[in-house]
Design a protein around this ligand. Structure first.
Ligand SMILES: [Zn+2]
Ligand SMILES: [Zn+2]
Length: 133
């Protein structure tokens, strides 16, 4: 795939985050919902690694090149006792391929934004995200 419809978001650091539609579809399938029912998406910035939730539809969506992009996701456990709904965070990177080890190294550098919540609206506890490593 050379190009695809992409959703664009703006990180606090100024970097433009690109989420190709096929990734959104896979996320929706993973969550067991329709793509149109995904109202927000948590992304890790490729530049500053900050994890933030972004509302959908995005401020901007257009056909854009996706060749040379890799992506992976990690699930952050909910901070609420007994809640089994993790927050799925997507990372899109400029890399043709990424090994599992490279993904883990990248994940270890993530910064946690405010207001990270599980699909049920519970806060994601930073202690929990650390325990996940
Ligand atoms: Zn950033
Ligand atoms: Zn929860």
């Amino acid at each position: 795939m050379d190009s695809a419809l992409c959703h664009f978001f703006r990180c606090q650091c100024g970097a433009e985050l690109q989420l190709p539609e096929p990734m959104l579809q896979r996320l929706a399938a993973h969550l067991g919902v329709l793509p149109k029912d995904v109202t927000s998406v948590a992304l890790s910035c490729h530049h500053c690694k900050l994890v933030q939730a972004y509302a959908l539809p995005a401020i901007d969506a257009r056909i854009s090149p996706v060749k040379g992009l890799s992506w992976f996701w990690r699930e952050l456990p909910c901070g609420e006792k007994g809640c089994q709904s993790p927050l799925t965070v997507i990372a899109v990177r400029n890399a043709t391929t990424m090994t599992e080890e490279e993904c883990d190294k990248d994940f270890a550098t993530w910064e946690w934004g405010d207001e990270l919540r599980c699909p049920h609206g519970h806060p994601i506890a930073q202690a929990n995200t650390r325990r996940y490593l």
